[in-house]
Design a protein around this ligand. Structure first.
Ligand SMILES: NC(=O)C1=CN([C@@H]2O[C@H](COP(=O)(O)OP(=O)(O)OC[C@H]3O[C@@H](n4cnc5c(N)ncnc54)[C@H](OP(=O)(O)O)[C@@H]3O)[C@@H](O)[C@H]2O)[C@@H](O)CC1
Ligand SMILES: Nc1ncnc2c1ncn2[C@@H]1O[C@H](COP(=O)(O)OP(=O)(O)O)[C@@H](O)[C@H]1O
Ligand SMILES: [K+]
Length: 480
């Protein structure tokens, strides 16, 4: 599991730890880890041309101390001081004593650099890069050097992943003590590149429950349901799929395709497209509907390609089993009916649907995903999976961490892939997973399946994603 903590918690943990350590010890740990990571990236430190971008805070301090270490190992290191009178004094003295030099012309040193360290701002920065830093950050990006962000790419919001102006784009980020939420959530995540965590001893002082977390293979492996000797198809769970219409028959097929790969023992399709479903999947049970007459299920998926069938949405929401609502279902749902439910509800909007549910602009949701997913889940008393370049999942209990899916790939931005995801997540609900786990395992498997399909051929289709789910599942359960 990767875990991320908000800045206030990082600062509280830092204060507790610093009280037990000599002055400067924490910065020394951070700088040592940072210099080691740079050495790895460079391969050969001796003779390498390194440029430090140094702001006015401790982020610049870390960078100067790391620059001193690299200079002592024979690198030619120049520091670009963005606020010369306020650069970290002890760091600057150590840097110069080690042979580092302050650059007169930032653009000249950047044009020949092998490695640039971005120490403009870390967790103390807000509001995008200030104007003076913008041309320097652009020159760093355009220089051809490897750009390493110190703690965070400067200009991104650590707590939310928002980018409120211009921000530096790094190839890699070396972060200290814990991940920050912004490192796991777009658009900031995209600026961070590959993230490496340096342990500075903060762990025992941080709250055990993080603000944001990302599942990794082993976390998903323990959550996925596995049939046992006692299993039969009903004990494994039956998932009901109310999806598709004459206008969108494919949604019925794709949702069932996802559901068949989600661990439930049986998939019961309910709606007008039973013939199309059975033609592709003879193993599916089909019923013309309505849902109340279709027989018992352990969870429902309602909405993909449903058209304007409001009755179906109402009937499914009135059931006493977990319900996943997607696509047209989100448009047709009665918010009070969702709030009145006693069994769990999982809503799976993309940014446009989330914006409609919240009464905001789509762009606002995309810029502030964390806030949007928390707000939706609080308003509806439901678990919410917000799809997109970072898929986020929030449970209605605000004490639980938001999960950020690390597996998505832009290849998933293809029609119908959301239908596959909703079938898959609904099937995991029917198999008995709590909604937060069902949704986050589904997003993870979906992303991994898309990556597997994309490794064979690109562009990928939604059907290929569904087809690769079995192999993705096996990868997780039996890693090499
Ligand atoms: N906490 C920990 O556990 C540890 C923390 N450590 C390190 O300390 C870092 C935090 O240091 P920090 O608190 O000094 O803040 P930092 O990120 O350097 O920036 C603040 C300065 O930038 C300025 N500024 C603000 N916004 C700006 C903008 N948009 N564009 C440009 N400038 C802007 C603002 O100045 P002002 O607003 O006064 O002009 C302020 O002076 C942390 O990320 C990590 O690297 C490690 O050493 C070890 C353990
Ligand atoms: N840029 C992206 N990067 C990663 N995943 C994406 C991106 N864009 C879309 N996705 C994923 O693709 C799927 C699209 O779902 P959705 O928007 O419901 O499409 P549809 O309705 O066509 O099925 C979601 O799982 C979403 O998270
Ligand atoms: K930085």
């Amino acid at each position: 599991m990767r875990t991320a903590h908000r800045v206030e918690k990082v600062r509280a943990a830092e204060a507790e730890l610093m009280a037990r350590l000599p002055d400067g010890a924490l910065m020394a740990r951070a700088a040592a880890g940072l210099a080691a990571a740079c050495a790895d990236l460079l391969g050969r430190v001796y003779g390498a041309r390194v440029v430090l971008l140094v702001g006015s805070g401790d982020n610049g301090g870390d960078t100067l101390w790391a620059g001193a270490r690299l200079a002592r190992r024979g690198a030619a290191v120049h520091a670009v001081l963005l606020a010369p009178d306020r650069a970290h004094a002890a760091g600057l003295a150590a840097f110069q004593a080690a042979g580092g030099r302050v650059a007169d012309d930032p653009f000249a040193v950047l044009s020949g650099a092998d490695l640039v360290l971005d120490g403009i701002t870390g967790i103390g920065g807000t509001g995008g890069l200030r104007p003076a830093a913008v041309p320097v950050a652009r020159a760093a990006r355009g220089s051809g050097a490897v750009v390493v962000a110190v703690d965070l790419p400067s200009g991104v919001e650590a707590d939310s992943g928002e980018v409120r102006g211009e921000a530096l784009r790094a190839d890699a980020t070396v972060t200290f003590g814990t991940d920050k939420p912004g490192l796991l959530i777009d658009p900031a995540r995209e600026h961070a590149g590959t993230v490496r965590l340096v342990d500075i001893g903060l762990g025992p002082h941080l709250p055990s429950v993080p603000d944001v977390e990302s599942l990794q293979h082993p976390d998903v492996a323990v959550l996925l349901p596995e049939p046992s000797g006692e299993s039969d198809k009903y004990r494994r769970g039956v998932v009901g799929v109310a999806a598709g219409s004459a206008r969108y028959p494919g949604a019925a097929v794709l949702t069932v395709a996802g559901a068949l790969r989600g661990g439930a023992g049986a998939v019961r399709y309910v709606g007008p497209e039973g013939a199309a479903v059975v033609a592709r999947f003879p193993e599916a049970l089909v019923h013309a509907g309505p849902p109340v007459k279709a027989g018992r299920v352990q969870a429902w998926v309602v909405g993909p390609g449903l058209g304007d069938d409001e009755d179906t949405v109402g009937q499914v929401l009135a059931s006493d089993v977990p319900v996943l609502v997607d696509a047209d279902g989100l448009r047709l749902l009665d918010p009070d009916a969702v709030r009145a439910r006693t069994a769990p509800t999982l809503l799976t909007p993309h940014a446009g649907e989330a914006a409609a549910l919240l009464g905001r602009d789509r762009a606002e949701v995309e810029a502030g995903r964390l806030d949007a997913v928390r707000e939706l889940s609080a308003r509806y008393g439901a678990t919410v999976l917000l799809k997109g370049s970072t898929t986020l999942i929030a449970a209605p209990d605000p004490r639980l961490p938001v999960r950020a899916d690390p597996m998505g790939t832009p290849w998933l931005a293809t029609a119908g892939s959301g239908d596959v995801l909703s079938g898959l997540a609904g099937s995991l609900l029917a198999a008995g997973l709590p909604p937060l786990d069902a949704a986050s395992c589904a997003a993870y498997l979906h992303g991994l399946a898309a990556r597997r399909a994309a490794a064979v051929s690109t562009p990928i289709t939604s059907y290929e994603v569904a087809d690769a789910l079995g192999a993705a599942w096996r990868d997780i359960r039996t890693p090499d």
